[in-house]
Design a protein. Structure first.
Length: 492
């Protein structure tokens, strides 16, 4: 009887010893394993492999994200984590030296960008241009970030822009609407004189506009008639304490019905210049100023009906990242608007990378197969207008709907996500899955109830902290690809 009782105990001791041996091997064996001849390699699971985020609930994933990040509501805060950190030894008057931290440890926290066959090679020419900017061999490059209300008023874009400009150089907000669509910018205050009107191709369109020339931002401002002795104007006061408020170059994308249009500039209330004899049709008024611009007044001498497609506040060199938000948009308007105006504007902007962030607005009502076909046509539009320029499609976030008193993921969301992913990969472009990156099914509820809250109680939109957190996640995924590209080049 005593022998029979001891047998289970011996079995337990045996398995405990085996588990202990495996654990010791996992600790002692290097991550890459042990070579056992030829290309064969013996590897063991690490403890981190056994506790990967994939095994965590959405709430636990959110807690892990928060614990590894000090993101705030301010996108230009330096408190967030980053693949590239400033070397504390290089603080004197020189530019901070940027060095990589432990990328291997970050890989477990980063949801990577998916690429078609061939991997991230499509980004390598752009990464090369970024490297040239850092070394001073190239003056500037540009990223266009298109999206719906999730990115409006520079949400998500602002953090990506700040981190990239801090790393590669550059300042300014890039493209803005002449008459803002959204609330006050953190980078500048704006006032205007005259009865300016704004029209958009996305959302509810004005039936009195019979043309489709809206520019690449899908909107324009109509220049009003001059007042008594004064041209209609736009006035800006820049917050130059912020990197996005530091401007030295101003570009105005416009359309005139005469060949003698003029734009007068008054800078810091004591310097004035005029760009005159602007041509009929589409044109770009381009002005550089070699001192800091705190105050700017733009006065327009255009006939009534002249159009301002956008104004770009830039640095003279470095990286620009434009926020082009289309509230309520599905990303399907590019093939419907006037091609020549968009092409002319894109040629002037000369982007090196395009981000397309859509999908959320079509989840409740659009057929996924239709959306796949329609969105693929938009990707072909960018292939045609910007040949050779890589595109990364950013999928929709999780969104919740209330069913039987409980908030759950919208039933059709994953199909819409798959439609975007398939369209991107089949077009030869990259895809970043925001839905999975934030935790997948039912993760939005975890964001809403996080402390601090990362999403609003509409269970659709992020809070300021939440949007900066997912922006950081994308930025880290992007910079991980850049880091691997740089490492490959250093070994060549």
């Amino acid at each position: 009887m005593l022998y029979l009782c001891m047998k289970p105990f011996r079995t337990f001791i045996f398995f405990a010893a085996v588990l202990l041996l495996i654990s010791l091997l996992a600790l002692l064996v290097p991550e890459q394993g042990i070579g056992i001849g030829g290309d064969l390699r013996l590897s063991f699971l690490s403890f981190s492999d056994l506790t990967r985020a994939d095994s965590l609930s959405p709430g636990e994933r959110v807690d892990r994200l928060l614990s590894s990040s000090s993101i705030t509501d301010d996108p230009e805060s330096d408190q967030g984590t980053d693949i590239f950190l400033v070397n504390e030894m290089a603080e004197q008057e020189q530019e901070p030296q940027v060095i990589p931290v432990n990328v291997d440890s970050l890989k477990q926290q980063i949801y990577r960008i998916t690429f078609p066959e061939g991997g991230a090679g499509q980004l390598h020419p752009y990464f090369a241009s970024l490297s040239k900017i850092s070394s001073g061999r190239t003056r500037h490059t540009r990223i266009l970030h298109f999206g719906d209300s999730q990115i409006e008023n520079n949400r998500m874009t602002a953090l990506i822009r700040y981190r990239l400009q801090k790393h590669f150089g550059g300042s300014g907000t890039g493209l803005v609407q002449a008459i803002p669509l959204y609330s006050r910018s953190l980078s500048y205050d704006q006032e205007q004189s005259g009865d300016w009107l704004r029209y958009t191709y996305f959302g509810k369109r004005d039936s009195t506009i019979t043309h489709k020339s809206y520019g690449i931002m899908g909107a324009f401002a109509s220049v009003p008639l001059p007042g008594e002795g004064e041209w209609p104007s736009l006035q800006y006061t820049f917050n130059s304490a912020r990197r996005s408020g530091q401007v030295s170059r101003i570009r105005i994308f416009m359309h005139s019905y005469v060949d003698s249009a003029s734009v007068a500039l008054q800078i810091n209330n004591n310097y004035a210049d005029t760009l005159d004899s602007l041509p009929d049709g589409f044109s770009v008024a381009d002005y550089r100023h070699h001192e800091r611009i705190d105050h700017l007044k733009l006065s327009f001498n255009l006939p009534e009906g002249g159009r301002i497609y956008g104004i770009s506040f830039e640095s003279d060199g470095g990286l620009q990242v434009d926020n082009i938000a289309m509230r309520g948009g599905s990303g399907l308007i590019f093939t419907r608007m006037d091609y020549s105006t968009q092409k002319s504007m894109l040629d002037e902007l000369s982007p090196g990378l395009i981000l397309l962030q859509y999908g959320g607005n079509v989840v409740p009502y659009m057929n996924a197969n239709y959306y796949y076909r329609a969105f693929k046509r938009q990707l072909q539009f960018f292939k045609q207008t910007c040949p050779g320029v890589p595109v990364i499609v950013i999928g929709p976030s999780d969104m919740s709907v209330k069913e039987e008193g409980v908030f759950v993921t919208y039933p059709g969301l994953e199909k819409i996500r798959d439609a975007l992913k398939n369209a991107a990969l089949e077009s030869g472009f990259g895809f970043w899955d925001l839905y999975e990156a934030m935790g997948g099914y039912n993760s939005m509820a975890s964001f809403v109830h996080a402390d601090p809250p990362l999403a609003s109680t509409d269970y659709v939109h992020f809070t300021g902290t939440g949007i900066n957190l997912v922006a950081e996640m994308f930025y880290n995924a992007f910079m991980l690809e850049f880091d691997e590209f740089s490492a490959e080049r250093s070994t060549e």
